[in-house]
Structures are given as C-alpha cells and as structure tokens.
Design a protein around this ligand. Structure first.
Ligand code: HCA
Ligand code: CU
Length: 381
C-alpha cells in the first residue's frame, strides 16, 4: 500500500453535505489549507451546477496552489465537459450511473449509449491536454460484466483513471477487494475509489481498495458529503499511518489536520466529533489505572498513533475512581511535590473516595496532592 494519492473532495462531495454552503472566500481558505497539508488533488463542484460554481472553479484554478492539482467533477455529458475545460482545471472527473437502479430511475440510458457518450467526453477532454477520469456511479450494484466491459473500453481509448464508487455505502471490504483486484487485471490505468459511509465501512473499504491495487482515494474533511458522507481525510490518514508511517509523513503536513478540520467544521457549523480519528478530544486520553501506568512507562503500550506526529498531546486522566497510584505519582512529580510511594498511595485512596461521589478535575487532583504534601512537610503525616 505505498504509492497512492488523495483526491480531496470537500469542495465537491462535501458541498453535498446537508449543512454546507461555501462562499468563494471559504472555498479559497479550504483549498489553500488542503494544498498546505499536501493532498495531491482537490476536487471542485461542477461548473455546470451554477454560475457561481463556474466562477469559483476558475478562481481556485488561478490561485496557483503549490502542490494540489485541481479537478472538477461532471456528469458524462458534452455540455458539462465544454464548461469544465474552460475553467482552467488540471483534470476532469466524469461520472455516470451504471446500476440498473440509476439506469432506470435516473438517466434512463443503456450501456451502449453510456459507452458511446463516455468515449466522446473522454476524447474531448484529452484533446485539451487535461487529465481525465471516468467513473461508474453505484458500482457495487452494477452488473460486473457491464462494469468490466466499459472500463476495458475506456482504458483502450486511453485515460488517466477509472473510478469505482460505492454511492450508497453498501459495500464491505471483501467485496471492495474483489472488485478492485479484478479491475486491476483488466485496465492498465490508475484506479480511483470513492466510498460512502452509510454502514461505517468507508475507511476500511478505502484500505481494502489500496491493498487490491487502487491508486487514488476520495476523501472529505471530517467525511462530510451526501447523507452521512464518505471516507474522512483524517480517518484515512490514521489508517495509513499505521500501514506505512514513513510514506504518510513524507507526503503530508500532519500537524495541519486539526486546523483544516476546525476550518471546515466552522464553515458547515458542526463540531469535531468526540471520537474523531486523531483530533477527537479524547483520541489520546488514557484513563484506567492500568493503562495510565503503562502509558507513563512507554506510550506505545496503548497507543498505535503518536500524538506528537500530529501536533497533538497525550493526556492521562487522573481524578476518577478507576485511577491508579502510578498516574497520581507522575502528577505529583510534574508538580514537583516530593512524596514517598506510601504517601502517594494515601493520596490516591483519597482521590478515589472523592471520585466515587463525583469525577475530580485535574485542579481538584492537584489540590489534594498539595494538601497531602503540605501535611507531610509540616509533619502532620
Ligand atoms: C453522487 C456522485 C458520487 C460520484 C463518485 C465518483 C457518488 O452520487 O453524488 O465520481 O466517483 O457517490 O457516486 O459522489
Ligand atoms: Cu459520493
């Protein structure tokens, strides 16, 4: 799983999130932050969506970002393709529904028509010297023969990537692995994957896709998108940091993750979830006495990710009934209070007694420690 890229779709899929409304100013801020973070591609809403979408796309293309290439995302239609190539984008992501659900209830076209249309759009975009990707919407509810046949055809025509999309979030990692593996044997171009998170598989599916030979994963910041969204940028980073830390660290400016999430959370008026990957408030908080003791001895005992890689810090929670004297001792040391183990154990018993009534804040814990310490130095204990 090394040699893959991120197609960051906060400014396309993310605009389909219920709360999203991005002004040009906000889009520019997000695009610059993503560029700074180091994503390889930034995908923007179709210029065919509205006049402002067209203008915003043009403006973002003219920012001259350092690293990220700009893509826009269009229907498989010549009118959209003509607009897209006028915006100055580096690449165009084309999509069309191939499942019977979408063929019958959305555009009403058969595979022969879809294939012909795809070739025309691909040839046109290529003729402008722009990157092109062709993707089938709702890939996992499409007929495998239809999918493979259209991918094979477009690969022969020649293009940068084909895309697989789990539009409804129904796929599981094994299905993803099988489909991408099969596709890897059929096309020679790159393979991009897009996973919705309706059943909580979006990160695992992205990982399975990479293991099977996919080269590009679609993400959005905090996973925002249609319904409950897609593979979150931070979640993919967390997963890949475990799989291949050096590669991830070499490519991305990891301490920026939190800033980008805060920026997007503010823009769409949500808060970062408590259990968010890497940046959730308790992502590096250790609580039970046994955990705290081990973490204080060696953080790797109970941490697979190192908070400092992301500019985050570790926190050992002390003022609760599950606490242990090792954690209390370490706090006493931090406070420069000279206490014997026996004295620390007495203080721990007091903390537990109080915490049985109500969780004690760090200030409460510190106060208890200071009282015990004063009592010791004054000879009362
Ligand atoms: C949608 C389109 C899409 C496209 C994915 C892709 C999907 O239904 O809004 O271009 O690969 O999920 O199918 O986001
Ligand atoms: Cu989608």
């Amino acid at each position: 799983t090394s040699n893959w890229s991120i197609i960051e779709s906060t400014l396309r899929e993310g605009e389909q999130f219920a709360n999203a409304f991005f002004t040009l100013e906000t889009k520019i801020k997000i695009a610059k932050a993503l560029d700074e973070f180091g994503v390889e591609y930034i995908e923007l809403t179709s210029p065919a969506a509205s006049p402002e979408s067209f203008n915003d796309c043009k403006t973002i293309c003219s920012l001259g970002l350092k690293k990220s290439k700009i893509l826009t995302h269009i229907r498989c239609h010549m009118d959209d393709a003509r607009l897209a190539v006028e915006t100055g984008v580096d690449g165009v992501d084309v999509v069309i529904g191939t499942s019977s659900f979408l063929r019958e209830h959305s555009h009403g076209k058969d595979m022969t028509w879809i294939t012909k249309q795809a070739i025309e759009v691909i040839e046109f975009v290529k003729s402008k010297g722009i990157e092109i990707r062709f993707s089938s919407e709702d890939s996992f509810r499409s007929e495998l023969v239809d999918l493979l046949s259209i991918y094979r055809t477009v690969d022969k025509v020649g293009l940068n990537r084909v895309g697989v999309a789990d539009t409804v979030g129904c796929a599981d990692p094994r299905q993803v692995y099988d489909l991408v593996r099969t596709l890897r044997g059929v096309v020679s171009c790159d393979i991009e994957c897009h996973f919705h998170n309706d059943t909580g598989c979006a990160i695992a599916n992205a990982y399975a896709a990479l293991e099977a030979g996919a080269t590009h994963i679609d993400t959005s910041v905090l996973g925002i998108g249609e319904r409950n969204g897609i593979t979150p940028l931070g979640g993919l980073i967390a997963r890949m940091m475990v799989a291949d830390p050096e590669y991830v660290k070499s490519k991305y400016n990891l301490p920026m993750l939190r800033e980008i999430e805060n920026l997007v959370a503010d823009a769409v008026e949500i808060s970062v979830p408590f259990n968010n990957y890497i940046t959730g408030f308790c992502a590096f908080t250790h609580k039970a006495g046994i955990h705290a003791k081990a973490i204080l001895a060696n953080p790797a005992t109970y941490e697979i990710l190192n908070p400092t890689d992301f500019g985050m810090s570790r926190y050992v929670s002390i003022g609760h009934r599950l606490t242990g004297w090792n954690a209390v001792k370490s706090r006493a040391e931090q406070l420069n209070l000279d206490m014997t183990d026996e004295q620390v154990k007495d203080a721990t018993a007091k903390i537990k007694e109080l915490a049985d009534v109500k969780t004690q804040s760090m200030e409460d814990v510190d106060a208890i420690l200071r009282i015990y310490h004063t009592a010791i130095t004054s000879g009362e204990l």
